[in-house]
Design a protein around this ligand. Structure first.
Ligand code: NAP
Length: 254
């Protein structure tokens, strides 16, 4: 088996029907994995699956609301029913609610933590027995620059994304014995639906990101294909518990 070959592997990508998730689905499908695109919006899911098949990949849509533990378990069961095993889980589904800290209702704070952090834990718990059966697995959790930095408009989001890094480290320690590697990816500022709304709320965001990013551009969703393949392949078998920025240098600029 070639180093980055994912032939015969089965991957679930939550939030795979658009944005960064779809960028990772493209990479995984191109490398040979069978990809389960998991999200709520079935129309976007069907379009993503059609695109992945069009480029020669194998893909199916599975409806999931990651806020529900039951739905996370049903998603894993459905992936195994369709493809017979589970090797790779990408916890990418996420939301943000942007306000000053004093303005959040507690329910809004909890909603962001549920979708971004608690969901990842639930999906990992659901995936664990299947990965053990498969002889090992790869977990990729999507953090953020807000896993490292704070921001005045991001109290729940930064809390959830900081938690993602620590959850990943804990899982990496616990499940190394089962040949499961768990790593986080920390995207910089990427042009997606999520950041389009951020640009409307945060004045001057587009320009300030450009000014700070050594690469001189915002990121593109396809910038995540390579790291998804690396962290899913045997090339990363001795890489676990890390948090890898994919940010054009944003996080290393003084
Ligand atoms: P996006 O285009 O808004 O994608 C978010 C995805 O999450 C959608 O596919 C959405 O699908 C899914 N989702 C949201 N709530 C869900 C739920 N309850 N159950 C199932 N799926 C759900 O945003 P994106 O920018 O690609 O973000 C993807 C990930 O990257 C997120 O975790 C985000 O925090 C992180 N991130 C993004 C940036 C950036 O600059 N864009 C930077 C750092 C981190 P449905 O609505 O169909 O369910």
């Amino acid at each position: 088996m070639k180093l980055f070959d994912l032939d015969g592997r089965v991957a679930i990508v939550t939030g795979g029907n658009g944005g960064i998730g779809l960028g990772m689905c493209r990479g995984l499908a191109d490398a040979g994995a069978s990809v389960v695109v998991a999200a709520r919006n079935a129309d976007k899911g069907a379009a993503a699956v059609a695109e992945l098949r069009e480029r020669g990949g194998t893909a199916e849509f599975v409806a999931v609301d990651v806020d529900s533990e039951e739905s996370c378990h049903a998603m894993v069961a459905s992936a195994v029913e369709k493809f017979g095993r589970l090797d790779i889980l990408v916890n990418n589904a996420g939301i943000s609610i942007r306000k000053q800290p004093e303005d959040y209702a507690l329910a809004e704070f909890k909603k962001v933590i549920d979708t971004n952090l608690n969901s990842a834990f639930a999906c990992c718990q659901a995936a664990y027995p299947e990965m053990k059966k498969a002889g090992g697995g790869k977990i990729i959790n999507i953090g953020s620059m807000m896993s490292i930095f704070g921001a005045e408009f991001a109290a729940p989001y930064a809390s959830s994304k900081g938690g993602i890094v620590q959850l990943t480290r804990a899982l990496a320690c616990a499940w190394a014995k089962d040949n499961i590697q768990a790593n986080s990816i920390l995207p910089g500022w990427i042009d997606t639906d999520m950041t389009k709304t951020a640009r409307q709320v945060v004045k001057g965001l587009y320009e300030s990101v450009l000014a700070r990013t050594p690469a001189g551009t915002w990121g593109n969703v396809d910038d995540f294909a390579g790291i998804a393949v690396f962290l899913s392949s045997r090339a990363s078998d001795f890489v676990t518990g890390t948090a890898i920025p994919i940010d054009g240098g944003y996080s290393i600029k003084a």
